[in-house]
Design a protein around this ligand. Structure first.
Ligand SMILES: O=C(O)CCC(=O)C(=O)O
Length: 299
């Protein structure tokens, strides 16, 4: 039984995003929330990012300037699917997985996942960018699925997108010789003028094309904004740079089958730098302050 109507699929390819409600049912949402609250509680006793993912960088990242035991500012959990059955299930075997397969399937692979959190009082923001420039592949049948663990409102730092931009230019994340992990201020200003906010109840999910321009402002409310973000690719899309959020599950076929084929499209971009610290938030902040927070690599 398909989850999407023809009109919803057409809207996704026309606009570059699709918002669907009731993607996570109340039972799944409850366990996703339970695991996230436990990590927030643990963060109260931490003063620096902690834990370890498979490349040795921290799993749990803090917005240090706003963080303290009484006002936790946990802003990122890297690869939660490796440490939580609930997040693994949401990624690999849920309605979210099924919808992604209807959009870019039949054969779909997992690439990486994370939780982006904006707790009340934390100033975390996401500067404008397109995901494809961080995770280039041989083709762009790639979806970033952003599952709302909390209700997303106009005030708690919603995802903002510019509809249709997935069909346009790939904007550089380099400004001159600096990797800023964000598009130029000119493109960002233009994006802000035509942005649409993705709002909805807990359990909704925004399915976003990898080339769609997006960003998000800080949370100005008293309510948390927690997103579980899972990135999926067509099985014949082969990565052209290392995974910025490495996962032991990268490449897992979550729908259809493995064909071993490669499909390519024509495009050009400058390869990204990998973050040195727990997440790209430092790359965006440090670049704004005029220094580099990433590292070049060679295959
Ligand atoms: O957390 C957000 O608001 C934005 C997430 C994002 O930019 C991404 O997943 O690429």
């Amino acid at each position: 039984m398909p989850h999407l109507a023809r009109a919803q699929k057409d809207a996704f390819w026309r606009d570059g995003y699709l918002l669907v409600e009731d993607v996570a049912d109340p039972g799944l949402l409850a366990v996703l929330r339970r695991d996230f609250s436990a990590w927030v509680d643990e963060s109260r006793s931490r003063s620096v990012p902690w834990g370890e993912t498979i490349d040795g960088r921290p799993r749990f990242d803090l917005e240090l300037k706003d963080h303290g035991p009484g006002h936790p500012a946990l802003r990122r959990v890297n690869s939660p699917t490796e440490v939580s059955d609930a997040y693994r299930r949401a990624m690999a075997a849920s309605k979210m997985t099924g919808i992604v397969a209807e959009l870019i399937g039949p054969n779909v692979k997992f690439h990486h996942s994370k939780i982006n959190s904006k707790l009340p009082g934390a100033g975390t923001e996401v500067k404008w960018h397109q995901d494809f420039a961080f995770t280039p592949h041989s083709n762009d049948d790639i979806i970033t699925a952003l599952l709302f663990i909390d209700e997303v409102t106009a005030d708690n730092g919603p995802l903002e997108i510019v509809a249709g931009t997935h069909r346009g230019e790939i904007h550089s994340l380099w400004q001159g010789d600096a990797f800023t992990a964000a598009v130029s201020e000119e493109v960002a200003a233009r994006s802000r003028r035509s942005a649409v906010r993705c709002l909805g109840p807990a359990g909704a999910c925004c399915f976003m094309h990898t080339r769609l321009l997006h960003g998000s402002a800080p949370n100005h409310s008293d309510h948390p904004r927690t997103l579980f973000i899972a990135v999926y690719t067509a099985e014949d899309a082969v990565p052209l740079s290392p995974n910025p959020v490495p996962s032991s599950m990268e490449g897992m076929v979550v729908a259809g089958e493995r064909t071993g084929k490669v499909r390519s499209i024509d495009f050009e971009l400058r390869l990204p730098q990998l973050p040195r610290t727990a997440s790209f938030f430092d790359q965006q902040a440090t670049a704004a302050a005029g220094a580099g927070a990433g590292k070049d690599y060679t295959f």
